[in-house]
Write a protein that binds this ligand. Structure first.
Ligand code: PEP
Ligand code: MG
Length: 569
């Protein structure tokens, strides 16, 4: 059987299917089994919760750290509280099943804690919500796959690969990824490329079509998965896999080279990262800096907000790893397809057009200030950190962030804490509004970075993760290309640095255009650094400019793409 989807991350993976189910915690069909039976079920679930949580806490203590592990041991203590347990018992006496008793009591505590104006109490609210969902999963017998302990050679199959799932992912044991949703620039695709794992996304009904343990070959470059291959197919793909790895090894000669074109003109080549660990990988891959640190990943897969101290440590670690090199850190870009449960963001009809990113942060200054203070402080040592705002559409947003930054500086000054007084502030240009007023925005910020993933999505009015409209999602559309050109020109005229951190920066077919327009900095996933450097190396100014002129004279995305395919090797 051959399954087809979107080629999202190159490479060949051969292994066995492990399906990762989403948890359904709906207990409306559970029948009340009487006081005794429900109380027994409740006690058995509490015992199981305690055992599992102790085990998880121990694992996290050795893998992550003492503090993170204490969050879990704290949950065991909360659930052991006799008063809380007696309230659950009373709910059962009143005719509720164990699931409803847990749900009611935990929700009541969560609301109570959330209403108190104290950071510690609010954290407790998140803990109780976590207890609630894990207890319900135990009672309902809903089991999830532990992605941090997978058997070697696992091909992960899921409806979607969420960022929180990948945080604890045991990458060494994953051969490839298959999902039912997501496009080339969806976060699942970006994560797969960052992890250098072959991935095919938007495979219809993958969860139903595949069985656990089945052998499958995933060709992330072609966008196909071959289920139950015969010996000759297997041998053919093993050869293809070796060839892929050989080509990758050949690029190693570019690791210590400068990023210059054929005439010696220099470009900055940075990496996109999502964690402090990625920073080391980026440095090892030959990146000359970090062009985008997606800080939202620090906020995911945990039960509460990272504190100022935690954020400070993370930013400082990246800054030190990259000492002497620029580190562009993007402030919290939540919402859209990046959910963070404990922030309690309300569900929206159109999350990509909703209360997200800079909009959410400016409306929650207390939360935003924690991040800004951490960034200012972390910038004091190496002075290589730059702050970048996501999803900007207006000057007011830049001014709003600047005002908050000034407040934070005053606070830090009064507290006698060292910080970087002149920390540069730039923006992502990733909305049509920002692209159209790039000249106005350039006057009030220090740099631009073009986010083509969102710029394409919003310019084309096409959801970047929806497979049904995938063919309409294209950066080759003249509207998107003109927009990019406009942004680079505006930055050049204002004399500010302009980079690109969207996936298009690593597309060989677009590189000559970006070079011609004068892009200063390319920021790509760590796995694409060397290939991008190799591409830049082979262009002469005149050749690149000729290709650009020809491409910009064409009228449709298909024409542009076809032409660039033939013109760029
Ligand atoms: C972009 O939109 O191009 C970008 C780099 O940001 P993200 O993919 O995180 O939305
Ligand atoms: Mg974006």
């Amino acid at each position: 059987m051959i399954l087809r989807g979107i080629a999202a991350s190159d490479g060949i993976g051969i292994g066995k299917v492990v399906r990762v189910q989403e948890q359904n915690l709906d207990y409306s069909a559970v029948k009340y089994g009487g006081k005794e039976a429900e109380k027994d079920r409740l006690q058995a679930a509490i015992t199981q919760f305690n055992e599992k949580t102790t085990d998880m806490a121990e694992h996290i203590r050795t893998q992550v750290g003492e503090k993170e592990s204490e969050i879990l041991t704290g949950q065991i203590m909360m659930l052991s509280d006799p008063f809380m347990q007696s309230q659950m018992g009373e709910a059962i006496d009143a005719g509720q099943c164990a699931e409803a008793a847990v749900d009611q009591v935990c929700t009541m505590y969560a609301e109570m804690f959330a209403g108190v104006d104290d950071e510690l109490m609010r954290q407790r609210a998140t803990d109780v919500r976590d207890i609630r969902s894990r207890m319900l999963a135990i009672l309902l017998g809903v089991t999830g796959v532990d992605v941090s302990r997978l058997p070697a050679g696992s091909v992960l199959v899921a409806r979607d690969l969420t960022p929180s799932m990948t945080v604890g992912l045991d990458k060494e044991h994953v051969a490839a990824i298959l999902t039912e949703v997501g496009g080339r620039t969806s976060h699942s695709a970006i994560l797969a490329r960052a992890l250098e794992l072959p991935a095919v996304l938007s495979v219809p009904n993958a969860m139903e079509q595949l069985k656990d343990g089945e052998q499958v070959i995933v060709d992330g470059g072609e966008g196909v998965a071959l289920v139950g291959p015969d010996q000759s197919t297997l041998a053919q793909y093993q050869t293809k896999q070796e060839e892929f790895l050989r080509r990758k090894a050949l690029l190693a000669v570019y690791r210590d080279k400068e990023t210059v074109d054929a005439e010696g003109n220099r470009y900055a080549l940075y990496a996109n990262i999502g964690s402090t660990a990625d920073a080391a990988a980026a440095a090892g891959s030959g990146a000359e800096g970090v062009g985008l640190f997606r800080t939202e990943f620090l906020f995911m897969d945990r039960v509460d907000m990272p504190t100022e101290a935690e954020q400070y440590e993370a930013y400082l670690a990246v800054s030190r790893t990259m000492a002497g090199k620029e580190v562009i850190i993007r402030t919290l870009d939540v919402g859209g397809d990046k959910a963070v449960d404990y922030l309690g963001m309300a569900p929206e009809e159109n999350p990509f057009l909703g209360h997200r990113a800079i909009r959410y942060c400016l409306d929650n200054p207390d939360l935003y200030k924690v991040q800004l203070r951490a960034l200012l402080r972390a910038g004091a040592e190496e002075k290589n950190i730059k702050i970048m705002l996501p999803l900007v559409t207006s000057l007011e947003e830049i001014r709003g962030a600047k005002a908050l930054l000034e407040t934070c500086k005053r606070e830090l000054e009064a507290e006698g804490l060292p910080y970087h007084k002149d920390i540069p502030l730039g923006i992502m240009v990733e909305t049509p509004a920002a692209a159209l007023i790039a000249d106005l925005l350039a006057r009030e910020c220090d740099f631009f970075s073009i986010g083509t993933n969102d710029l394409t999505q919003y310019t084309m009015a096409v959801d970047r993760g929806n497979a049904q409209v995938e063919n309409l999602y294209t950066t080759f559309h003249p509207a998107v290309l003109r927009s990019i050109r406009n942004v680079i020109t505006a930055a050049k005229e204002a004399g500010i640095q302009v980079g690109m951190c969207g996936e298009a920066a690593a597309d060989p077919r677009l590189i000559p255009l970006l070079m011609t327009w004068g892009l200063d900095e390319f920021s790509v996933s760590a796995s694409a650094v060397l290939a991008t450097r190799a591409q830049i190396h082979h262009w002469h100014t005149a050749q690149a400019s000729q290709v650009t002129q020809k491409a910009m004279g064409l009228s449709t995305a298909a024409e542009v793409e076809e032409y660039l395919k033939s013109a760029v090797q």
